[in-house]
Design a protein around this ligand. Structure first.
Ligand SMILES: Cc1cc2nc3c(=O)[nH]c(=O)nc-3n(C[C@H](O)[C@H](O)[C@H](O)COP(=O)(O)O)c2cc1C
Length: 231
C-alpha cells in the first residue's frame, strides 16, 4: 500500500491513513537509498531535553528539533511495530553529520500506539487546530543560528505538536530547515506551514525520506545536510 520510492504523485494518491479513507497531499520529495545504519548523538542535558553535540564546522550553532512516534506504523513489512520512529532516525543522521544538538518533542499525552487510532486523533487535532502539550521544558534556542525542524507527515501536514513547538520558542531571525519522513507525501505542506508560522525566519530547502527507507538513508541525509549553506 505504501511505497518507498517511485512516482510521488502516485504515492500521494495512494496514501491512505487507515484504509477506508484517503488523503491526497502535496508532494515534493527526494528519496534514494545508499547503504546505512542507524545513528545517535552522545551526551544529554535532561533539564532541557537537549542532547549535546559539538559543531565541528565552526560556522553556525545548530539544533535539530523533531517529533517522531514509535509504535504501530508502516514499516518495510507493512503495518508493524516500529521501535524507533523514522524521523528520530533521520534526526540522528543530521545531528551526527553536523555535530548538532538534538531536542525531541515529546507529547505530554502520548499518541495512541494503534495506527488507526493515531490517524483518527491526528485528524481530529488538525480539525480542532489543537496545540498538544509538550512534556519537557522547551529548549533555549537563543544561542542557535540554525534550527532543523523534523516530523512525520500526518494527513499531508505536520503533527499539530510541531505548531506547539514553533509557537513556543522564538525562532525569528533563525535559519530554519524542514525535514520529514513520510509514506509518499514527501515534505507535504510542512515547509509552507512552517513559513506561515515563522514569518521572520530564513528558510532553507528541506529534505524528505520515505519512512520505510530511512534505515538505508544515512549517506543520502548526511550528504544533503553537509551540503547546505547554513551560515
Ligand atoms: C497519523 C498518521 C498520518 C499519516 N499521514 C500520512 C500522509 O498524509 N502522507 C504520508 O505520506 N504519510 C503519512 N503517514 C505515514 C508517516 O508519515 C510515516 O510512516 C513516517 O515515516 C512516520 O514517522 P515517525 O516514525 O517518525 O513517526 C501517516 C502516519 C500516521 C501515523
Amino acid at each position: 500500500m505504501l511505497l518507498a520510492a517511485g512516482s510521488v504523485a502516485a504515492a500521494s494518491l495512494l496514501f491512505a491513513c487507515g484504509n477506508p479513507r484517503g488523503e491526497s497531499n502535496d508532494a515534493s520529495t527526494s528519496e534514494s537509498a545508499p547503504s546505512a545504519q542507524a545513528s545517535s548523538s552522545e551526551g544529554s542535558n535532561p533539564a532541557q531535553g537537549v542532547k549535546d553535540g559539538s559543531w565541528q564546522g565552526g560556522q553556525a550553532k545548530v539544533l535539530v528539533a523533531y517529533y517522531s512516534r514509535a509504535g504501530e506504523n508502516y514499516g518495510t513489512n507493512g503495518i508493524e511495530r516500529i521501535e524507533v520512529g523514522h524521523t528520530k532516525v533521520m534526526s540522528g543522521y543530521i545531528a551526527e553529520a553536523l555535530g548538532a544538538d538534538e531536542y525531541e518533542i515529546v507529547p505530554t499525552q502520548p499518541y495512541p500506539d494503534s495506527y488507526d487510532a493515531c490517524c483518527d486523533q491526528a485528524k481530529e487535532e488538525q480539525t480542532q487546530d489543537a496545540r498538544p502539550a509538550i512534556a519537557d521544558p522547551l529548549p533555549d534556542v537563543s544561542s542557535y543560528d540554525v534550527v532543523f525542524v523534523g516530523c512525520p507527515i500526518w494527513w499531508g501536514d505536520e503533527p499539530m505538536i510541531i505548531r506547539t513547538f514553533v509557537e513556543g520558542v522564538d525562532l525569528s531571525g533563525k535559519t530554519i530547515v524542514p525535514f520529514t519522513t513520510h509514506g509518499g507525501s514527501g515534505l507535504g505542506r510542512v515547509p509552507s506551514n512552517l513559513q506561515a508560522a515563522i514569518p521572520n525566519a530564513r528558510f532553507v530547502d528541506g529534505h524528505a525520506v520515505a519512512g520505510t527507507s530511512v534505515d538505508d538513508a544515512r549517506d543520502e541525509v548526511t550528504s544533503w545536510a553537509k551540503g547546505l549553506e547554513l551560515a
